[in-house]
Design a protein around this ligand. Sequence first.
Ligand code: ASP
Length: 445
Amino acid sequence: MKRGNLLTALILFGLVAGVGYGEWLYHATGAAEPEALDWLYNVGNLILIRPLMLMIIPLIFVSVVVAVTSLGDPTKLGLVGGSTILYYLSTMLLAVVLGAVLVTTFEPGVGLDPDVVEQLRERGEQDYRERADLFEEAEEMGLGGVWMNILEQLIPTNLVHEMSQTRPLGVIVFALLFGLALAATGEKGKPAIAFFDAAFAGLMKLILWIIWLTPIGVFLLVAWTVGTIGLVALVGPLGKYMILVIVGLAIHGGIVLPAVLYLLTRKNPYRFMWQMRKALMTAFGTDSSAATLPVTIQTAEMEGGCSKKSANFVLPLGATINMDGTALYEAVAVVFLFQLFGIELSFAELVVVVITATLAAVGAAGIPSAGLVTMVIVVTAVNTSLAGQPDAPQLPLAAIGIIIGVDRILDMCRTTVNVWGDAAGAKIMTRLAPDTEEELEEALG
Ligand code: ASP
């Protein structure tokens, strides 16, 4: 068996075995004593997430410098950058509209037994209280605060501070400007450019080694998630909501994004999806597009046929701002909660959901449960819009607690779609920024 196939088989085995073992654990201990399974998360974190996180900042810095110095020309960078942001925003909007249509059509929050709803509320309030700090911080920040925070990250004052906080945006901006400056220095900059090229090759090698930890890492992390939530959640009172989110993600990832990819590249999108399998499975196992970034870059370039010029720039940006899965999920979750509390949303409020869910997804970091927290912004915006109505119905923020318990399973699925959206972006932008003559010819032909 080829090494690549062996690794795929091992990761797949890790995922499937993780689900099976987790479900067994749920019935054995997890349902009664979820904390008893914490060791699974802790070991998975040590084995896989921490080594991947360690790579993020050096990788982003070096890969963006390499992308920019090889693009060379600032107008080309402007074209690729502008097209990337346009692609990211439009696919996120498509995802969120799909989510809104599905949730208003199938109404998973309508018609539940009132006793069950009461139980969900009580349990939800408790879950919410446990994490109240995080939600209150997000509420205080509001949408304006989130965007101000993004702007401040885009214009940082201390690169080392941004790096130490693993805040990628400032690092991307600095690397971009530094790369442009190096390219502009001509002869003098050449040794530094060669240095970054070599450093990039070294980082890729290191990532390749880390990827071999993926099978065991995803096994432990998935076993922990399923062991604490249990697949039974899919048939419980929140089942319809969970299945709707999963179906929405499947439609977006399996039909909408492939269609966009085919229209813009004329290449078989499912073949590319298969080539990206390691990154997609890692996203599913780790719940984090940031932690998956090293694998995404490695796989996109080594197996997915994406150019360095495109992937090195498009993927770090995508892991930070492009979250199709999160956008779709936030729309479904928010409307579901309003339905559960018997509050009907008009078309105007749905528009508020669509816009704020897209913006909140951009603001969400590529880490587990980030989308759950930024959802507060969407709920607050809808509440504000409802405030003008007679009797002003409002959704208490603590309602979010209702879905905390099952969030991790949905997070695995939406993170996979987030990473798939980034990868599709890198493939599309390869047409604008091919590395080699052959790629150029292929792009033109
Ligand atoms: N976990 C997601 C990601 O890393 C973000 C989210 O919570 O939706 O892409």
